[in-house]
Design a protein around this ligand. Sequence first.
Ligand code: ATP
Ligand code: MG
Length: 327
Amino acid sequence: RQRVFSGIQPSGNLTIGNYLGALKNWVAIQEENENFFCIVDLHALTVPQDPKVLSEKIREVAAIYLAVGLDPAHCTIFRQSKVSGHAELAWLLNCVARFGELSRMTQFKDKTVRGGADSASAGLFTYPVLMAADILLYNANLVPVGDDQRQHLELTRTLARRFNHLYGETFVVPEGMILESGARVMGLDDPTVKMSKSSKSPGHYVAILDDPDVIRKKIRRAKTDSGTEVTATPDKPAITNLLDIYSATTGRSVPELESEYAGRGYGDLKKGLAEAIVETLAPIRERALALLDDPAELDRLLDAGAERAGAVASEALGTAKAKMGLG
Ligand code: ATP
Ligand code: MG
């Protein structure tokens, strides 16, 4: 039995990338583990958010966690901002992390391409340290995430080892769990960038809560490559992405899909893919919308989760503080 921690930011509409890269895996492994699944709302503040929208998105993430099949009997589901240990341990670890290593984080570079680093929040810069705190606070040994979190996970491991070296054995050094299929879904409008829920372009992603007709339209309009053959090759990044999504959604292999669509063209591929996505997401959407009809019940669940998480977190935080001389 492993201790599992993972989270998603309430920073927009959760996408099929979040589903295939993270949520689907969480559901698959929940029964054999002890799980902490967090709505990482403090992370969302690293880029500008409308306060009213943010508070709605927080409940939406909670509803989606339940709608995809996470079971509160196996999982502690809670909000990061309701457990103050996350912010406190992040500060302690900020004093262990180095400016140079944070400067090398590619997500910071990716998220600041337009505005430039000077106008980015300091929070965006230290984001990976907060993420390390999230994980280490629960002494999690397993962290199921998408491929884009590989570098942040490595930093988490580095910080755990450094803290243990400086102050004595304290934290578990966690392992990442990144699936082969679905761990890196690319944008529908641009297959050279990772699909992200914070994208401002609606054609960039399929959202978990998109209406079936919206899903069909978005897939129909997804970028394709030149040529006509349905093959996953390096010169066809857009078709490769569609095949990868298809494969991760249905569990069928890419070669199998290639031979099914051989000689049939991109249009047929898109039709088949759209229906496969609708089949997967429509029931999730219905359950999530039903759950959102009762926000008080969602809030109760989150409060109960925060209480359980808080008890585990305060113990780990107390230990870390004492080791550093703040006992
Ligand atoms: P944002 O644009 O706000 O960063 P995001 O879509 O990247 O949103 P996160 O909340 O940062 O979502 O990440 C939540 C989880 O989803 C992480 O485990 C992350 O690795 C995974 N994930 C995010 N995008 C993808 C993707 N395109 N393919 C697979 N997994 C993804
Ligand atoms: Mg992200």
